[in-house]
Design a protein around this ligand. Structure first.
Ligand code: 0L1
Ligand code: MG
Length: 268
């Protein structure tokens, strides 16, 4: 394992973890963490995220998988960053297909269409490849991620986003699970409709040229955190298009070529 190269003290990590936890649970916007800790680096962000994961697991949340974020050029440009990130997913973030999400529980909700992988074998870094990911994948399935940056006016940086668990908030899986070997995930088309109007479209290659590359990247970051990707993990490979803001009354459907569709709607 490569240990994280952090600058924050253990006490500061705990303080920031509590700040992020409060913002997430109370749907409250906070200032980006680098305002108070300008020297904070990405490893510090992961130290805070690790502390948040440990805290949630202690509270009884179950780890169900991971997400790769900021994996497409559209997302990177939209957020002004140039490096992907990862975050963890728990059972409390899962929403059933066609479910309704109360926006009073979120700060800046936006939706993304993603190809999710369900793994059947453990994967470990530091040199995990897309080929290994595909060999360890039971199936792929359409997903919508609802991200929620907890930072005031979206004023954030990569360190703060990583500490905020990559803006993870909710996710919905649906449509038809498919064997990855039966699809070309690079050319697979996705269309996002909001209230019946097409708002975004793209193809799988937008995610690091192949969504399995994003999962391999995630496994290699996990290695740095001293973790492996367990068999039976649900992994979201990253938004194929830019993220779309939602308001109460909106409904979103993501249509995936040869994989069916997944939908979700939003209330006050
Ligand atoms: O899922 C992601 O691409 C992570 C996005 C993190 C920044 C944001 O809140 O948009
Ligand atoms: Mg995402």
């Amino acid at each position: 394992m490569n240990a994280l190269e952090t600058t924050l003290s253990r006490e500061d990590v705990v303080r920031l973890c509590e700040r992020v936890e409060g913002a997430q649970k109370e749907a409250r916007a906070i200032t980006r963490l680098t305002e108070e800790y300008p020297a904070m680096n990405m490893d510090d962000g992961y130290a805070v995220q690790n502390a948040l994961r440990a805290r949630f697991l202690q509270q009884g949340h179950k780890l169900v998988g991971w997400k790769a974020g900021l994996t497409s050029k559209a997302k990177m440009q939209q957020m002004g960053v140039d490096v992907p990130s990862i975050g963890f997913l728990t059972d409390r973030m899962a929403v059933p297909e066609n479910g309704v999400i109360a926006l009073s529980e979120l700060v800046h909700p936006r939706v993304e269409c993603e190809i999710a992988f369900m793994t059947s074998q453990e994967l470990s870094g530091p040199h995990c490849t897309a080929e290994q990911v595909l060999a360890a994948t039971a199936y792929v399935i359409p997903a919508i991620e609802i991200i929620d940056s907890r930072f005031k006016k979206f004023s954030f940086d990569l360190q703060s986003v990583i500490a905020d668990n990559g803006s993870s908030a909710r996710f919905v899986a649906g449509g038809r699970p498919r064997y990855a070997s039966e699809l070309d995930l690079r050319t697979l088309g996705v269309v996002m409709e909001k209230n019946g109007t097409i708002v975004e479209m793209g193809a799988g290659a937008a995610v690091m040229n192949h969504p399995a590359e994003a999962v391999a990247m995630l496994v290699n970051i996990l290695h740095k955190l001293g973790e492996t990707l367990a068999a039976g993990s649900f992994v979201m490979s990253g938004g194929i298009t830019a993220a779309v803001a939602v308001e109460p009354g909106d409904s979103v459907i993501a249509r995936f070529q040869n994989m069916g569709s997944v939908s979700v709607s939003f209330s006050e």
